[in-house]
Design a protein around this ligand. Structure first.
Ligand code: DGL
Length: 275
């Protein structure tokens, strides 16, 4: 793979909202010297209920905005946009490498429970496109797979209501829906980057033996491998810079986003952009 060899250029990361910050956090932990630009398309969230045509258009526009920052790699930190637009964006962006989160998420689940039964919690669009079913089956033909749309979990995460009675009862309701035909999962895949924020509520609702997996760490590992293979890893010793962009509600983005980045943010830390 040929990349952009300027190692000090930033990695671009985007999602429909704050969810992709779960992936950004893992990338920062794995690659602390990388400069990062994150775009949350909060004006048009949720992506998960939109048509593939709209999602592809949004993803292309978000990518164009990140290209203005001269990015050396693009991470689509949104399962929905990955499911719809990964192939198109790879073609449009070549030779800049583009990585989605579905394949790394599927890989993490198969590694956790080889030959297992996987329950995928995702958005309506990701489920409709069967993105995880295909990715898991390609890695492990013996796997059993069930996909459950859980759109309300996106709203809970964006609201910051990730613990407590409301989160618990909505999570339990979706798990009940998914398992009422007797499907017994031994892995639960958080197939939307917003859902790791609800990991505690989800883990509390299932047996301890069930693996709850997401794509953040496996995605960060693939980012590292990709940059290494293209000779584009940051060479500086200083902590990388972080630029945060959002298309609406920067105060809310800062409040909720700060919670999962583990850094207090104010609206001044987030730039309002139009796409
Ligand atoms: N966080 C996104 C995902 O991983 C989508 C949430 C939404 O906008 O519906 O699918």
């Amino acid at each position: 793979m040929t990349g952009n060899n300027n190692s000090s250029l930033p990695i671009g990361v985007f999602d429909s909202g704050v969810g992709g910050l779960t992936v950004l956090k893992a990338i920062r932990e794995t690659l602390p010297h990388e400069n990062l630009v994150y775009l949350g398309d909060t004006a048009r969230l949720p992506y998960g209920t939109k048509s593939p045509e709209s999602i592809a258009r949004y993803a292309t526009q978000a990518t164009a905005k990140l290209l203005l920052h001269d990015i050396k790699m693009l991470v689509i930190a949104c399962n929905t946009a990955s499911a719809v637009a990964l192939d198109v964006l790879k073609k449009q962006m070549a030779p800049i490498p583009v990585l989605g989160v579905v394949e790394p998420g599927a890989r993490a689940a198969v590694a956790a429970r080889p030959g297992g039964s996987h329950l995928v919690l995702a958005t309506e669009a990701t489920v409709r496109l069967g993105a995880y079913r295909r990715a898991i089956s390609a890695l492990d033909p013996k796997a059993r797979i069930k996909e459950q749309p859980c759109e309300l979990l996106v709203s809970l995460a964006e609201e910051g209501w990730t613990e407590g009675d409301i989160a618990d009862s909505i999570v339990r309701r979706y798990l009940h829906e998914a398992q009422k035909d007797g499907f017994e999962a031994d892995s639960i895949i958080l197939g939307c980057t917003h859902f790791p924020l609800l990991r505690n509520a989800i883990s509390a609702a299932v047996a301890d033996t069930v693996a709850v997996v997401d794509s953040a760490n496996t995605t960060a590992a693939v980012v590292q491998q990709t940059l290494r293979s293209t000779g584009s890893l940051a060479t500086g010793r200083d902590p990388g810079t972080l630029t945060l962009l959002a298309t609406d509600g920067i105060a809310r983005f800062a409040r909720v986003g700060g919670q999962f980045l583990g850094t207090a943010l104010t609206a001044d830390d987030v730039h309002l952009v139009d796409l």
